[in-house]
Design a protein around this ligand. Structure first.
Ligand SMILES: [Zn+2]
Length: 367
């Protein structure tokens, strides 16, 4: 039941390429990376991702955690074990900061809040606005569902939704089977928690014994937040800037042109060219923040060029037809369609493509 997957770079690659650091399994090692900042890794199993980096920020009040992993029990058990090896426990956590509204980032908060009396949750102010899918879940008559007795077909029907490009999708059978097995509770844990503090761009937050500045970076999601520490020249970059993969930019979002917003948020990284250490939510630490942001932008500029060429070749076509030309077959599916749609919409808004409709599906042609 998971929409977050930071899709891989889809350019053709040699057969035996080394695994990207984002794909490596979670390490049990705790690594001190700056004064009062320790990195732990929590296991996740999502397309292209092997772990999430959860950062411990320590101060005299206790611990703050950035992105405490997936909502499942295994992730929370691992988090508790890692804290124990750090000589601490969940009870020491006073604050959770969530960089954006995807389950591998916010999921662990609910367990921490259940185990601790008073834990703050800090997010961007637009947290919760993010995807129509969540609105769909809210509209779903959740209490009338009896997952354990429903057939997969009935569940598929209940969770069916239409995309902005006219297609009908329902969650994969694997997710539905998991829902059947674990019931409503497990599904409820994927619902977004309510933040105790919502911050905007430029809010100063005191953590790890020093002041951080929140940086709103919409694109991957509308509510994505980075945290900048001008003292130690550190940036917590979430999924906005990752070391070797490009974050998924989907078209199912409240943003009108998520790709344009992502470009702006990438360009903004030049404002922070004094940053010496970037702490991403997946993969290894890196240092060249503006350089990496430029590379990611370049990747999307190339994808836009590729779509222009495809449009010249195939003429008016639906989103799926563009997707089949743009992505390798193993990546075909809703996420690839959603990303293709985001790029096509960007071209349309820039005046390089025109939208139409055929057989109930949205189509695009060269302008
Ligand atoms: Zn993520």
């Amino acid at each position: 039941m998971n929409e977050d997957s930071d899709s891989n770079d889809e350019t053709p690659a040699p057969v035996a390429r080394p695994p990207k650091s984002e794909q490596e399994p979670a390490s049990s090692e705790l690594v001190e990376i700056a004064p009062n900042i320790v990195r732990m890794q929590l296991p996740i199993d999502m397309p292209g991702l092997g772990h999430v980096n959860c950062y411990i920020l320590e101060d005299d009040r206790g611990l703050a955690l950035v992105d405490p992993g997936l909502p499942d029990e295994t992730s929370f058990r691992t988090l508790s074990d890692r804290l124990a090896s750090f000589g601490a426990s969940v009870q020491n956590v006073h604050t959770v900061i969530v960089t954006h509204s995807h389950p591998d980032h916010f999921g662990g908060y609910r367990h921490i809040a259940n185990a601790t009396d008073d834990v703050a949750l800090i997010t961007h102010e637009s947290f919760r606005d993010r995807m129509k899918m969540d609105e769909m879940r809210e509209n779903l008559d959740f209490d009338s569902l009896e997952p354990s007795t429903m057939t997969i077909e009935e569940l598929r029907e209940a969770f069916k939704r239409s995309t902005p490009w006219g297609k009908q999708f329902s969650p994969p059978d694997m997710a539905l089977e998991r829902f059947q097995r674990h019931g409503r509770e497990s599904f409820a844990s994927f619902r977004l928690p309510e933040p105790t503090q919502r911050v905007s761009d430029g809010t100063v937050i005191e953590l790890a014994g020093r002041e951080w500045v929140s940086v709103h970076t919409p694109g991957h999601t509308a509510d994505h937040l980075c945290l900048y520490d001008p003292g130690e020249k550190v940036m917590l970059s979430g999924d906005h800037v990752l070391p070797s993969i490009t974050p998924h930019i989907g078209g199912i979002t409240p943003q009108q042109d998520p790709l344009a917003e992502f470009f702006n948020s990438l360009d903004r990284m030049h404002e922070f060219n004094d940053v010496e250490l970037v702490l991403p939510a997946h993969g290894k630490l890196f240092s060249d923040l503006p350089g990496r942001a430029d590379d990611i932008k370049e990747h999307h500029v190339e994808r836009l060029d590729a779509i222009r060429e495809i449009a010249d070749e195939i003429g008016e076509a639906d989103v799926n037809s563009y997707m089949q030309r743009l992505f390798r077959e193993r990546s075909w599916g809703e996420m690839a369609e959603s990303e293709t749609y985001a790029h096509l919409e960007h071209l349309r808004i820039m005046g390089d493509a025109v939208a139409g409709e055929s057989a109930g599906l949205r189509t695009y042609a060269p302008a």
